[in-house]
Ligand binder design. Structure first.
Ligand code: MSP
Length: 508
């Protein structure tokens, strides 16, 4: 981070079913961070992808009447398409079935075996295939059901290879002591710390009866436990994402890893222990967000309680979905997705507040100044306001308070709407003696809207580029330093094109 590089990851998604809004959520939030960092001039590497091995995937493939490979190919492609539709600017899309990833998994596992952190033992435990995880009896719900999915856990008894997770207890506690920001928000760090303090059992990291996986290099009757395989994607990707280039030296360790709280233990406990064992530097920070709920329940493929993002995107555009999700669900907490809430924010905030602001600014410049954007007045109070807004947005992004970041930018949108009413350019235009005042008012508005577009660009890149074009500004330089007063291109001419957020007919 200090060296100007920024490595950012999402979880890699299981290819057992179609993607839903829950997956879109993490990818969109990560994309906002990636874009904001690029605006600040950082050298960013943003990774996402799919988690394709293990019993969960093999079973869903069998249900679909396909081989695991065909199934993984088809669904991985759906996740890739989702990313493209969301406007995700990821630098690579990893699949755990990529041969170089599989080689890296085998190599790291062999390293742990050589160093004595991996041993063989017999084990019996309650397993949830949807989680791909063992649970202790006391963690299970009614009828020995999985605490996450509510589906029955299965008793598994095998000879497996184990990772000496318990040996890392003290080092993990020392990590949480030394790095209070390792896991954010703080409540999640406390939760992870309790998991560590409550006692860590060694972790079974191979399976006997699961063929769909990476073979254990020294014992090919076993395959590597899917979570051990999956977590290593964050490392392996850097080794082969660019042909002939090893990005590990440039980007490792990750600056920020995003996920929901369902997979806290894997990332906040097991993952750092694996890295300690492998002798690799630890991530600088994890941010654990909440759940997108539907009807009060977590959206989840396993329970079928999902919303398909594609129809919303088709009707309202991707930027509306990005905006709604970041604004509606306070980042870090749970929040509910509703079609009514979505439409309300679209109309009230995007169409009426932002869309109208642009429309009024551009139409008045067109009408009163023959489309030529007047220079912004040097003495405007907005100049200082832009410094404040930019600092507030940067600060919020640094703390990964993404909802806060968009709210801070929106303060400027509201300020500009008030300014339109206060200056009332339409009445200035009726009095030729006030021509300079009119210039000043229009120049002020145009400059403010231009800056707002730059502050909001990580949230709604396409719409903000349209705003810049409508104001006669280049849309290919969105560096954040351009959000300062007077940085706009001189001699610009407004371009009246259709509304930014058109009215959408909502079928009854
Ligand atoms: N494959 C594992 C992750 C391995 S990472 C090394 C996995 N996959 S998953 O498909 O189940 O995706 C879980 C992640 O998707 C969550 O941690 C979160 O990032 C995102 N979400 C899935 N459903 C979600 C909600 N309903 N709400 C918020 N995020 C959601 O776990």
């Amino acid at each position: 981070m200090a060296d100007g590089t920024f490595y950012l990851t999402t979880p890699i998604y299981y290819v057992n079913a179609e993607p839903h809004i829950g997956h879109a959520y993490t990818t969109i939030m990560a994309d906002m961070v990636a874009r904001h960092r690029r605006q600040r001039g950082d050298d960013v590497f943003f990774l996402t992808g799919t988690d394709e091995h293990g019993d969960k995937i093999a079973r869903s493939a069998a249900e679909a009447g396909r081989s695991p490979r065909q199934h993984a190919d088809a669904l991985s492609e759906r996740f890739r398409e989702l990313g493209a539709t969301l406007g995700a600017s990821n630098d690579f899309f990893i699949r755990t079935t990529d041969a170089p990833h599989e080689r890296a998994v085998a190599e790291v596992l062999a390293r742990l075996h050589d160093s004595g952190d991996v041993y063989r033992d017999a084990y019996g435990g309650w397993y949830c295939t949807a989680c791909e995880a063992f649970y202790r009896e006391e963690e299970l719900g009614q009828g020995r059901s999985c605490p996450v999915h509510g589906t029955p856990a299965e008793w598994l008894e095998e000879e497996n290879w184990f990772f000496r997770l318990s040996a890392y207890r003290d080092r993990l506690i020392a990590l949480y002591d030394a790095e209070p920001q390792f896991v954010r928000p703080e409540g999640r760090a406390n939760e992870a710390r309790r998991m560590i303090e409550d006692g860590l059992e060694d972790l079974s990291i191979s399976r006997v009866n699961v063929d769909w996986g990476v073979p254990v290099p020294w014992d090919t009757d076993q395959t590597v436990y899917v979570w051990f395989d999956a977590l290593l994607n964050y490392y392996s990707a850097l080794r082969y994402a660019r042909d002939g280039e090893d990005l590990v030296a440039r980007f490792w360790p990750p600056d920020l890893q995003l996920m929901a709280k369902d997979i806290l233990k894997f990332h906040a406990v097991i993952w750092p222990a694996m890295l300690m064992a492998a002798g690799l530097p630890l991530p600088r920070g994890l941010f654990v967000h909440g759940y997108v709920l539907k009807g009060g329940e977590r959206m989840s493929k396993t329970t079928g309680n999902v919303v398909d993002p594609f129809p919303f995107i088709e009707r309202f555009g991707i930027d509306a979905l990005r905006y709604y999700l970041v604004r509606e669900i306070s980042f870090g907490e749970d929040g509910t997705f509703t079609a009514e809430g979505f439409e309300a924010r679209y109309t009230n905030e995007l169409a009426n507040e932002l869309g109208n602001l642009l429309n009024r600014t551009v139409s008045m410049i067109d009408r009163y100044r023959a489309a030529a954007v007047p220079a912004p007045p040097a003495d405007s109070a907005l100049a200082a306001e832009l410094v404040d807004r930019t600092e507030a947005v940067v600060g919020a992004f640094d703390r990964v308070e993404l909802t806060r970041a968009v709210e801070e930018a929106w303060v400027l949108v509201r300020r500009l709407n008030r300014l339109v009413e206060e200056r009332a350019p339409w009445s200035l235009a009726r009095d030729p003696a006030r021509a300079l005042e009119l210039d000043s008012a229009l120049g002020e508005l145009a400059e403010g809207v231009r800056a707002a577009a730059l502050l909001l660009w990580p949230v709604m890149p396409g719409s903000c580029e349209r705003i810049l074009r409508a104001l006669g500004q280049p849309d290919d330089d969105v560096a954040l330093h351009r959000a300062r007063w007077g940085a706009g291109a001189a001699g610009a001419r407004v371009d009246r094109s259709g509304p930014l957020f058109p009215r959408v007919e909502v079928p009854a």
